[in-house]
Design a protein around this ligand. Sequence first.
Ligand SMILES: C[S@@+](CC[C@H](N)C(=O)[O-])C[C@H]1O[C@@H](n2cnc3c(N)ncnc32)[C@H](O)[C@@H]1O
Length: 303
Amino acid sequence: MDFVHVPVMFDEVLSSFDNDPLVYVDLTSGGGGHDAGILEKYPNVKAVLVDRDQDAVAHLKEKFASFPNVTVVHAPFSEIDKVMFLLQIPKADIVFADLGVSSFQFDTPHRGFSMQKDGPMDMRMDKTSQLTALDFIKSSTEGELRNILSLYAQEREAGTVARALKKCADEGMTTTLQFADAIRKAKRYAKKGIDPSTQVFMALRMAVNDELGELESALKKAFPLLSNKGIMGVITFHSTEDRIVKNFFRDRKNGVPFYADERDAVPVCSNASFAVDMITPTDEECDRNPRARSAKFRLLKRG
Ligand SMILES: C[S@@+](CC[C@H](N)C(=O)[O-])C[C@H]1O[C@@H](n2cnc3c(N)ncnc32)[C@H](O)[C@@H]1O
């Protein structure tokens, strides 16, 4: 399997993780690009590589087969507490996440993420999960779709697009190109040089994979795992997900207690001091890799 993905902010990630870790956890291992760098820098680190995509997991197992210190786990990152419990690894010195989809997922037509290449309206990162994008459109009301489009994509024509999505599903359309074409026809306004279906597809993907819910949950579950030299680093690509990470890190810096799980009776309280930081990609990287343009790398460092 050819797994193509250029890791974003590779040098910044490697230089920020400077705490000589014993345990490194990647919540979104994907093509393992960042992980290869970490393993080169810290050859003896115990690495736990998580992804909820089976194709990514198969690729990672192959890529790191000769590393006895690497464990690859298929799981949603909202379950990182359970993963670490089962592996009997109580603490992590680095917890890293590079959010969103990989180029491999995006460019593989049958995964249904692309509005340029035809495939089923699927968009599931985890193929064992129940709801495809088509199911999501069919089972949502027009109003629900409109809200998703406004919330995740700040779509100005959310009502029009929601109606078009429902109409496509009612008429029996099932493929990405059919939906993308209907969105393009329905929308009256488009930013120059940007396919009008781009933001709509992103919003559907975020909803199908509950990306914001997963992120909120993962931050809460991962924070208590940080060791006394722990660093958490998250690369975001979307303003709403970035706000979630920024606020979470700010609250930890300010020592605000929180519940790691809504069923918990006792909140997580930490007296440790933390520093926060935010790094953006260089212009040179943005020119070389357009995917990097919206990236922000946020750090929470124990210190
Ligand atoms: C941008 S890619 C990561 C690329 C990786 N850093 C590299 O260098 O190859 C994001 C990956 O995160 C995975 N992912 C997204 N949300 C996830 C979640 N909630 N749980 C686990 N994996 C997730 C996706 O399946 C995808 O493989």
